[in-house]
Ligand binder design. Structure first.
Ligand code: 26V
Length: 823
């Protein structure tokens, strides 16, 4: 790829910063607050982007290429300033310019709130994909919601998680642009009236007595690295209709006006902070239809403008990728627009729709499956429901034709069944592609979760193993290592991560090992300083940094990790001959606000930390740290500083994982189960450079099919495990209230609330995990061996670039052509 580096006029840039500060705040830089300085710098950087942004869209209008619309309820973007500087290839130049203005780039970057319009893996994947699409010069839009409040901020008080609102727009977000000219009306509720068209004899369907909102888009620039491509992330805000149409007041329909005002206000107020848990909330369905309707209306309009109003070949230029089932109403909304607004008949509309929509599955967790009650769905979206009903009717006919007399197939596959609308079934039935996000995950979909669908339409199924962008998670997050790598093998890895394999040549080189470990040490010092500042805990950068950062969920098994810490602590206390490398166990995780066991687990980690960190008798052999408010920005620093990457989900439950890839890229050893993309990580780096433990996914699934296993056996037989479990309820870690962790204890040992004990096999895997941890200890003692191993992890991470993932989506699903933007 031809890398394009634009000229940078330092004096111009400095002038712009000073000028921005004046015009935005009527202040000189020295008077301005840090936030105002950040804004002044960010606007100057935005200026460097605008010409490219304009040029890119001129080029798209001219060439009329096929476009992918990445439809997602979540985009976990992380900070933009540093990333934009990186992708402009002007990080160092801008840093220098700021120094001359007496501004420290790190302090300035720290002023930016993380736009956190996402929960975890699924939202961050969307953000990595946008980075790769722009870098690879593929025309694309991200389509989502401009939540007023993103993912909550987490504070830890007395060991408990406290959620506070993330008011990310408070000071204004410098990179967004309001596109008031692309407003669309989105209708909810009312009823559908059938009106006969006198001339054609056709039935027209008209929604009446509805409430509506106006969707207004804001665009965020998505810069390609080292090229002129600037794509857009389009996030929709909701405004009340009355703002531009006082009609309802004129008619005296005051009530309706108020309702519409409220509808608009509530609609985009907040991101649902659940990860992997479906709750069936009406507002959530409203959010889904809101952004889908606006995005599809815009996409069809844009297409029609470029094709003389003829929609019949839409699929040639447009593809909608559904990021999980959340935007699945896309299917019915597109049908509605094609039929009701463009006069196509059902078959024409279906032909187009089913060539235009594709679906990605991100979880097999049953509790995440979206199933809307018919009552709710049809009341909120009456016309959309009619269309879904007809899709279902025809689909059931097809099932019957294929499996005559097989009621069971209908029960398992119908889109509407048992009073519910099943979004995954709709997405699979209508989509031309269905993909999982790691090899193992896709296999499980085909063999278990979606078996019937796979049997009926195997051609739709494919795998796209996830990836991450090395621009953010190495080049920006780990500048020391990035520079070192570039010194050794050149900078080709930045846009072609496979090249990082060239580092393999250095893994036995003593000097290179030393340099690599020295950088790791510096990154650990940087994290230690952060921990000191925010947690007040001293950690030793010479200890092993053993890290588990990800959303808190039982299947991810943070509990296994902390139970093992408790076990180790007992060992140190009771066995004077026990020797281990000093270890710092680092956790970071947000729990969904209503998820009790998850919140208790956070409290447990903090209480264990309190006891262990304050026990002088173990002379700092173990430290436990819970990093508050884990998010993209501190994540970048955490990945860079890790020695051990904890990827310990119950096998079969983690669809892919992407944190695992970020750690690997930054030179950490995976301590994990054979789950998700861990399987492929091990395949790339070799078994001897990872530490694997626990049940396989086949074993887990087998146990599940047999109705589980009996954890009491382990409790009775294993003294160490029993001791740790008793400590959950004897007050050792909960002075004030010995009952504090009763739910956790029960979840491991007792059948309750209709749920078996230990459904995530924590006790079953405990022994094997403890052995794996010993193996880590042993390997770390061999300094050269360890250095070689972590270097190999970095060297073999090439496959896990989201650039590779995107190229696969393009080739197998989207069929896009690159558009090169000349300037
Ligand atoms: C599901 C739901 C259910 C309804 C309520 C709100 C809500 C919000 C998010 C989700 C998504 C859960 C699925 C998810 O995040 N999957 C993760 O996707 C990653 C990217 O493919 C993957 O690496 C993780 O393994 C997978 O857990």
């Amino acid at each position: 790829m031809a890398i394009h580096k634009a000229k940078f006029d330092k004096e111009e840039f400095k002038k712009a910063v000073v000028g921005n500060c004046k015009s935005l705040y009527r202040k000189t830089l020295d008077e301005a607050s840090q936030q105002q300085r950040f804004q002044s710098v960010a606007y100057a950087v935005k200026d460097l982007i605008m010409d490219k942004w304009i040029a890119t869209h001129k080029q798209y209008d001219k060439e009329d290429p096929k476009v992918v619309y990445y439809m997602s309820m979540e985009f976990l973007m992380g900070r933009a300033l540093g990333n934009n500087m990186i992708n402009l290839m002007q990080y160092k130049e801008i840093k220098k310019a700021l120094e001359e203005l007496d501004l420290d780039i790190n302090e300035i970057e720290d002023q930016e709130p993380d736009p956190a319009l996402g929960n975890g893996g699924l939202g961050r994947l969307a953000a990595c994909f946008l980075d790769s699409l722009a870098t690879l010069e593929y025309p694309s839009y991200g389509c989502g919601i401009r939540y007023r409040y993103g993912m909550f901020k987490q504070e830890i008080k007395d060991g408990y998680q406290i959620e506070t609102p993330d008011d990310w727009l408070r000071d204004g977000y410098p990179f967004e642009i309001k596109r008031a000219e692309y407003r669309y009306e989105v209708k909810f509720g009312g009823y559908v009236k059938v009106v006969k068209d006198e001339k054609t004899g056709r039935d027209n369907f008209v929604q009446e007595d509805y409430r509506s909102v106006i969707a207004v888009p804001y665009d965020l620039p998505i810069l390609g690295y080292g090229n002129n491509t600037v794509n857009s992330l389009r996030i929709w805000d909701a405004e009340p209709v009355v703002k531009f149409n006082l009609n309802s007041f004129d008619k005296g329909d005051y009530q309706k006006a108020i309702e519409e005002e409220n509808l608009a206000k509530n609609l985009v107020e907040v991101l649902y902070p659940n990860d992997n848990h479906y709750a069936g909330k009406e507002l959530r369905l409203k959010q889904q239809y809101f952004f889908v309707s606006a995005s599809v209306q815009r996409a069809v309009d844009r297409y029609k403008n470029m094709h003389n109003g003829d929609v019949s070949k839409l699929y040639e230029k447009v593809t909608f990728q559904l990021n999980d089932t959340h935007p699945t109403v896309t299917v019915a909304e597109l049908m509605r627009i094609l039929m009701d607004e463009n006069g196509l008949d059902w078959d024409q509309a279906w032909d187009i729709t089913s060539k235009t929509v594709a679906y990605t599955n991100h979880t097999i967790m049953a509790e995440a499956l979206e199933k809307w009650p018919i009552e709710l769905f049809s009341r909120l979206l009456p016309r959309i429901y009619q269309i879904v009903e007809e899709i279902n009717r025809r689909f059931v006919e097809k099932i019957k034709a294929k499996y005559p007399g097989d009621q069971e197939k209908i029960r398992k596959m119908a889109i509407i069944y048992d009073g519910q609308v099943k979004m995954a079934h709709l997405a699979i039935c209508a989509g031309y592609s269905v993909n999982g996000v790691a090899k193992l995950h896709t296999e499980i979909l085909k063999k278990q979760e979606l078996k019937d669908f796979y049997e009926m339409m195997p051609e739709k199924f494919n795998n796209k193993t996830n990836g991450i962008t090395q621009r953010r998670f190495l080049l920006h997050g780990n500048p020391l290592l990035a520079e070192w790598i570039t010194d050794k093998i050149g900078d080709g890895w930045i846009t072609d991560l496979k090249q990082i394999d060239k580092l393999s040549l250095y893994v036995d080189d003593k000097k290179a090992q030393q340099e690599f470990m020295n950088i790791k040490y510096k990154n650990k010092v940087r994290l230690a300083e952060y921990i000191k500042k925010y947690n007040g805990i001293d950690v030793d950068p010479n200890s092993i940094f053993d890290v588990q950062v990800k959303r808190l969920h039982e299947y991810k098994r943070q509990l296994l990790n902390i139970l093992h810490v408790m076990y180790l602590y007992n060992k140190i206390k009771t066995d004077p001959t026990f020797d281990m490398e000093p270890r710092t166990f680092i956790f970071g995780a947000k729990a969904a606000a209503g998820y009790r066991i998850a919140k208790q687990t956070i409290k447990l980690i903090n209480n264990v930390a309190n006891v262990i960190n304050n026990d002088a008798s173990i002379s700092g052999k173990i430290k436990v740290v819970f990093i508050e408010n884990y998010r993209v920005s501190n994540g970048e620093m955490i990945f860079a500083a890790a020695d051990v990457s904890e990827q310990i989900s119950t096998a079969s439950k983690e669809a892919s994982g992407t944190g695992n890839m970020k750690f690997m890229l930054n030179g950490a050893i995976t301590l994990g189960t054979m789950d998700g993309a861990n399987v492929e990580i091990v395949q790339e780096v070799g078994e001897e450079n990872a530490v694997i433990f626990g049940l396989s996914s086949d074993e887990v699934i087998k146990y599940e099919n047999e109705g589980g296993y009996d954890p009491m056996e382990i409790f009775n037989e294993d003294q160490d495990v029993r001791e740790v479990l008793m400590e959950l309820i004897n007050g050792k870690y909960s002075d004030n209230d010995p009952e504090e962790f009763r739910d956790i204890y029960n979840s491991l040992l007792n059948f309750q609330d209709g749920r078996r004990a230990d459904i995530y096999f924590i006790l079953k895997d405990f022994k094997s995990y403890a052995k794996a941890q010993e193996e880590i200890d042993k390997r770390y003692k061999d300094k050269a061996g360890w250095a070689k191993s972590v270097m190999l992890n970095t060297a073999k991470s090439g496959k896990f670039s989201s650039d590779r993932t995107i190229e696969e989506y393009v080739k197998d699903i989207w069929k896009l052509e690159k558009v090169h933007v000349e300037m």
